[in-house]
Design a protein around this ligand. Sequence first.
Ligand SMILES: Cc1cc2nc3c(=O)[nH]c(=O)nc-3n(C[C@H](O)[C@H](O)[C@H](O)COP(=O)(O)OP(=O)(O)OC[C@H]3O[C@@H](n4cnc5c(N)ncnc54)[C@H](O)[C@@H]3O)c2cc1C
Length: 379
Amino acid sequence: MDFRLTEEQELIRANIREFCQQYLDPIAVEIDENSRHPQEVFDRLAEMGFMGMPYPQEYGGAGTDFLTYAMVVEEISRSCAGTGFTFSCHTGLGTGPIYEYGTEEQKQKYLVPLCKGQKWGAFALTEPGAGTDVNAATTVAVADGDEWVINGTKTFISQGTFADIFIVFARTDPAAGPKGISAFIVTKDNPGLKVGEHFRKMGIRCSQTAEIILKDCRVPRSDMLGKEGNGLRMAMASLDNGRIGIAAQAVGILQAALDESLKYASQRIQFNKPIGRQQAIQWMIADMATDLAAARHLTYHAATLKDQGLPYTKEASMAKLFASEAAMRHASKAVQIHGGYGYMKGQKVERLLRDAKITEIYEGTSEAQRMVIAGNVMR
Ligand SMILES: Cc1cc2nc3c(=O)[nH]c(=O)nc-3n(C[C@H](O)[C@H](O)[C@H](O)COP(=O)(O)OP(=O)(O)OC[C@H]3O[C@@H](n4cnc5c(N)ncnc54)[C@H](O)[C@@H]3O)c2cc1C
């Protein structure tokens, strides 16, 4: 498959790269150190029409293809993986389900401001007792007149501290197992929704992660998303989509690891010559460049399948699995190439190593991706 980008895609890549160099690189260390959400960067991205980029213009999106969107996630993550993740989690998991499954009324009310970057979206599936095993969820929704009443706790919810619109998954039929879970749109001003613990993290520290507590949270029946009992199926399909975003985030980390390693290997002199003249360093760089190319191909392939309307579940899992494990491996090698300096705070490679780890965990761990891939190839 040929992934030569079109002129328009190249232009968008150049624009977002320039944007990141101007607005994100200068603050990347500070937002990591202070765990600060860089709203000012997102305000600019919204002005540029990026926040809902893969959705149609009639809903406030930019109407780009998914490959272009993945490339933008990659470029933002190359500068700051936390910002890249917030962008992809809002645009993918926080917005996508409303576009895919929402009624026209829900789209006008919720999707349009999400795509325009006027409101933030979040996806609330995980619970303290239900991570990989999503079907162990105990959050319940009980019908009461024209409303549903939701009770339960969601954990590790990205954008949880500031999101305006949450897609919440809750059990509407306890006897129906996986077919008894439904999805709801819950807004932050709902008195039944409270933000609990704000988590402090190893990496992607500018992304905000929180617990969400739903206590007698009443939502109108019109805010059920999709069909009753279809929640888990919708969640899994949304995660397929989201995994391309995480793969792209990992590709951005890999590219940054290579950028930094090339720079340092040519500058650092030991034994009267740049360390990059040593074969041991060249081999690390060769492996890094090869895995970067493979990860990018897998990611762009999955995105292209989605753009073509073809099945892409297995390919999205393969891309996420390979790219995230390669990002972790080579972020560590990038620190190695930087020696003791790479271990110091403020060095980009130190941040890359901390940021890379999460790509092996969220939106399905590496083990979960292997289950999906095996399930698809061993049919
Ligand atoms: C920073 C961050 C942001 C997140 N954002 C969101 C969000 O926005 N929305 C949301 O809903 N969730 C979010 N999550 C949750 C995330 O998707 C889960 O953490 C992840 O799916 C794993 O679940 P768990 O942490 O409960 O681990 P567990 O499921 O408890 O897994 C623990 C270990 O056991 C392994 N394991 C579990 N079951 C099996 C099995 N059957 N076979 C082999 N190995 C297995 C896992 O792979 C892992 O290694 C986020 C998590 C983090 C850390």
